[in-house]
Design a protein around this ligand. Structure first.
Ligand SMILES: C=C(O[C@@H]1C=C(C(=O)O)C=C[C@H]1O)C(=O)O
Length: 110
């Protein structure tokens, strides 16, 4: 597979982008899985940093959640992805507040 240009996702992260030639599905899927692992790693790092800010604010007598800041973050995700970006931001903020289940519930559903 030949490679096209790079996609610059942030000042720190550059992901190689394949050219539009015929895709080898298993190869592309492998790269997608790698990207997902990097995204998951970044989310873990984001959560640690977010919780530092939350802890600092709580220790100073404030609230964990700051709605104005969350609205600004949601706007950042809405700009490129619309409604789905808004949902993505909501999920991300929920994870970073520690309000997510770490495992799926059993199939019996309790
Ligand atoms: C990390 C903060 O605390 C909370 C978590 C946020 C986040 O994960 O980005 C944003 C706003 C707050 O609800 C912050 O205020 O910056």
């Amino acid at each position: 597979m030949s490679h096209g240009g790079n996609v610059k996702t942030s000042p720190a992260i550059v992901i190689e982008e394949p050219a539009n030639d015929k895709a080898d599905v298993s190869v592309v899927r492998q790269r997608i899985d790698e990207i997902d692992q990097r995204i998951i790693g970044l989310i873990h790092t984001r959560k640690v940093m977010s919780q530092q800010v939350q802890r600092t604010r709580i220790d100073a007598g404030g609230q964990r959640v700051e709605p104005i800041r969350e609205a600004a973050i949601t706007k950042n995700y809405c700009a490129p992805f619309g409604e789905a970006g808004s949902a993505l931001a909501a999920a991300l903020l929920r994870i970073c507040r520690g309000q997510h289940a770490t495992q799926l519930p059993d199939k019996g559903g309790r």
